[in-house]
Write a protein that binds this ligand. Sequence first.
Ligand code: PLP
Length: 385
Amino acid sequence: MIYLDHNATTYCEPEVVKEMLPYFTDRFYNPSSVYTPSQEAKESVESAREKVAKILDCLPSEIIFTSGGSESINMAIIGIAHALKEKGNHIITSKIEHHAVLHTCRALEKSGFEVSYINVDKYGVIDMEQLKKAITSKTILISVMYANNEIGTIQPVEDIAKTAKEHGVLFHTDAVQVVGKIPVSVKKIGADLLSLSGHKFYGPKGIGVLYIKKGIKIKPLIYGGGQEKNLRAGTENVPAIVGLGKACEIAEKSMERDSIMEKELRDMLEKKLLEKIPEIIINGHPEKRLYNTSNICIKYVEGEGMLLNLDFEGICASSGSACTSGSLEPSHVLLAIGISAIDSHGSLRLSFGRKNTKEDVEKVVEVFPGIVDKLRQMSPFWNKK
Ligand code: PLP
């Protein structure tokens, strides 16, 4: 099996699993209890918090553990909206955000908030002029993703943070696809809030983090016990927190090597497919793009048909994002970069990871043109050409 869908999720590193296992059995204790084994569990949570803080270049006290990327994003946007509603009711985001951001914004619109959705260019880079013009005296938050999950384009987050600061507006970035892939410093970016998720970089599923810069007031989403500084109630998911800490530690060491290797494989794949197949387009920014992500539009082909045929060959890929995969809606990201609805149906996302090899690329390059050819023969549009 060749797995090329690492932006959907990654496997959990065996070292991460090993670190987690005792917390299901021998070390199962509730970190909030007073006896010694519980205090040891609490220490493990705090040690993981330090590891996450290190990879983000922030203070451990600025880290809040959540159940994943979606919860962190909901907490950031809804939490700030409710905390600052006396100041204003306007939020700015981009048209190519993950649904965790877009649907949260839509929900807030239903309760009286106003949201501006900023355009992107043909590479998926945000229109900074439009963003600046959208800021009003009522704007309380700008939320723009660090890198896009479908096309990999990396946004100018430092410029966005600077603009936000100049106008006294808070800046949140969805860094779910970035943390663990490229070095992230919240200080360097100037982010006020940042979301990440464990299962995108070889950690467990169901664990995420919201970084909240010291001094920023936010309303909780979940009420109950006093865990996570009264901001996120519920008994801590100690095994997952410990696993996330380990995943951060591993990522710090392997990020550089992974990026060189995966970029080489991705570039090799794109070059060979462009050589062998006519009428395909590589989406996303040519340079400012996640090194592991390739989004390809194959004209006159149904992406779903490609996926099924690749699956038959033992190759796992994705059409658009995992969340919209299987739906017939064209990808909002591809539409926003100017791809037509018809062409967007023929798009495929291949995302590399630590275990991929040159042999994987060779196998894909071997079977891909045949599948495209077969599907194009069935297309009335291709045959009319
Ligand atoms: N944001 C982006 C950019 C993502 O790619 C994802 C997952 O696909 C999420 C948010 C949601 O993260 P989670 O699956 O941890 O809820």
